[in-house]
Design a protein around this ligand. Structure first.
Ligand code: 5GP
Length: 197
């Protein structure tokens, strides 16, 4: 019998470097597939429609909610974010491993829908460093950065609900940690094991 795919849910406060870690992790673990979310936030430089997000107007997003197209959704820093319903269940059924990158409330909703998913939290080395990284990124104004750092302080109290935590002090180490989590979860007996003939 084919094993179901692994669902890895990654949460991290903005500026923790989760996008970079995941980009590198996808190179190291090419079997991983990314669940692209829908959002009403404006597109950032370097982002692509359908790759980083499905960028929607508020009206379009509300329509997706109404027509039941989302597995879960939330509001974060003034924008809507949601996980399309179509992708994850079919990928897992066909044995594909999926990574999703969502905030803490979304992660807890996904855990209820997919109890065997693995929850990974990425932490910055410090709040000071977090603020510095957000300023360096230069994609948000001072007010938005403050909002995101305030949210980060709240989000960090959710670490205890997660299965694994990675501290992003050195990118290379954080990527190795992520790959190690994926590898050990793939080897876990919980997910089924072959019989030796
Ligand atoms: P950003 O604007 O920095 O790309 O994302 C802001 C926050 O929204 C991040 O914590 C990100 O993980 C989260 N997020 C992205 N997509 C989704 C989603 O589909 N559902 C939920 N609940 N959160 C999401």
């Amino acid at each position: 019998m084919m094993k179901k795919g692994l669902l890895i849910v990654v949460s991290a406060p903005a500026g923790c470097g989760k996008d970079t870690i995941l980009e590198c992790a996808f190179n190291v673990c090419p079997h991983l597939h990314y669940s692209v979310s829908a959002t009403t936030r404006t597109i950032r430089e370097g982002e692509q429609e359908g790759v980083h997000y499905f960028f929607k107007s508020i009206e379009e997003f509300k329509k997706m909610i109404k027509t039941g197209e989302l597995l879960e959704y939330t509001q974060y820093a003034g924008n809507y974010y949601g996980t399309p319903k179509a992708y994850i269940p079919s990928m897992l059924e066909s044995g594909k491993d999926v990574v999703m990158k969502i905030e803490v409330d979304g992660a807890s909703n996904i855990k209820k829908l997919f109890p065997s998913c693995v929850l990974v939290f990425i932490l910055p080395p410090s709040f000071e460093e977090l603020e510095r990284r957000l300023q360096k990124r230069g994609t948000e104004d001072a007010k938005t950065i403050k909002t995101r750092v305030d949210i980060a302080r709240i989000e960090m109290s959710f670490v205890k609900n997660y299965d694994y935590v990675i501290i992003n002090e050195k990118l290379e180490e954080a990527v190795k940690d992520f790959a190690a989590i994926v590898k050990s979860e793939k080897l876990s007996v919980k997910r089924g094991f072959p019989t030796v003939k």
